[in-house]
Design a binder for this molecule. Sequence first.
Ligand code: NAP
Length: 523
Amino acid sequence: MMTAAATNYISRLRPLRLPRVCVAITDSDPSALVDKAEALIRDNTFLEFRLDYLPRPLLALPKIKRLMEYHPHVVAIATCRRAASGGKFQGSLASQLDILAKAGASGCQLLDIELQSAAKCKPAQVQRLRGRSALILSYHDFRATKNLETTLEKMVAIPADFYKIVSTAATLYDNVTMMKFLEKNGDRHSLIGLCMGEQGIISRLLGVRAGSVFTFASVSPDEKTAPGQVTAQELRNTYRIEQVDVATRVYGVAGDPVAHSLSPAIMNAALRRENVNGVYLALHAKTLKDLLSCVRDIPIHGLSITMPYKEAVLKHLDNTDSHTTKIGACNTVVRAQDGKLYGFNTDAAGIVRPLEQRITIEKAKILVLGAGGAARAAVFGLKERGAEVYILNRTTGPAQKLAHQARARIVKRADLKKLTFDVIINATPVGMGNTRESPLNENEINTRYLFEMIYDPAETRLMKMAKERGAEAIPGIEMFVHQAARQFEIWTGKPAPWDDMMRVVTLALQERTARNAAKEVKK
Ligand code: NAP
């Protein structure tokens, strides 16, 4: 039951409508905390002051009061979470209550208190906090997503204006559990619900459409107040959280690991550019079973499949095109209206498209280094286009098998010096990261074009050597963008905004390189 104070409060807040994203601000210095808030206010009207990050929280309140008076359109939560409940406040329960009450008097319209603290207080002490502010009763589970219903039952015994339950996603399916909980209970209570952790990204984006009144974001990647928290800028600009509604289609890249994938940046940019009501997430799937349950229940409309599931996913699909079956690896899944899952391989398009912009593929003499999934896509894709394809692999077994299946030829490493090609394609991981290795020696690179599949680093040692020998190097980023563009076309039926995708991913790679360089300097 709502108290009179709460009803008044809600009617005061309703016309404001709480924004979907609340930015959590932390600092160990009161002035810096408020300066951060001041800087954020232009783009974010909903803030959470994490007073527990301050050694002396009360010192910040006069500054917060001035800020709130000066910016009456801002809505602020005051939180002073105790260390025992996962926060940083070391003081007593009485001082936590005192700080929260004073934060309310300083203009914070919402006060957050943990269930553990509230349960230890006399009911009147908790209700006193609702005099001029609304109360968020919160509960955090730092290990799992379980017992959400029973936790809520316990919580609603204490009257509050909002009930916040934050759990930890140990699987992707935990997001589904959280969202089902929100859908079931969101009509009866004002709920805030999400899952922490890298695997909780689905609930951070889709929780708001399942019934969470709002969600939390961090100021920057280095200022997260919870594991897996996303920055406000990413939530708004990359994922377009403000536009997420019931019709929003969900896409994602699934693999293990996926944290450093560039796919969310490129795909969300494409969806935004083409006005597709969709959101694309990085799905860290520790098992295929977990992933497939989410595809069914969320539901997920399209998937980019990456390591280590490209082959294993095939037997779970309802159908695949003949090209994908031949390659034996699938990097694209689409969920049709009837719920059936169809598999495609767009890696071949990622090779063929950049090449056909430069050469006539038919009859071109092309050497593929490697015989793994990407090499198989290249070999079959190029054979279908009439190229003369040669394979060189570290171990002969896979190379022979592929050559036999695709009617390609094998070359021996010893013969390379004497042979010339129109294109050499590196489909091995040799040269990735900071290794500065090359799969070929200088005198083995006799080609017009060197197509590098690796895109991090942007220029590998192999590419450098090829250029020195007069060849044109095609960077792996072109393959990445083209295979992504083809996925986009399969999912949406629209032509992909190729230029935009290229720009976004080039920028993301440059930023990553700069960040890594800065880290190296720090070391
Ligand atoms: P994969 O299935 O694991 O195959 C790797 C291949 O490289 C195998 O043939 C393996 O030979 C060979 N190899 C591995 N380590 C080697 C070494 N130290 N020396 C020589 N050969 C070695 O991998 P994949 O999925 O095909 O991916 C291959 C590369 O393509 C990766 O770098 C990946 O990032 C890149 N890729 C890029 C894109 C893009 O969009 N740009 C798309 C897909 C893949 P053995 O048979 O002897 O083990």
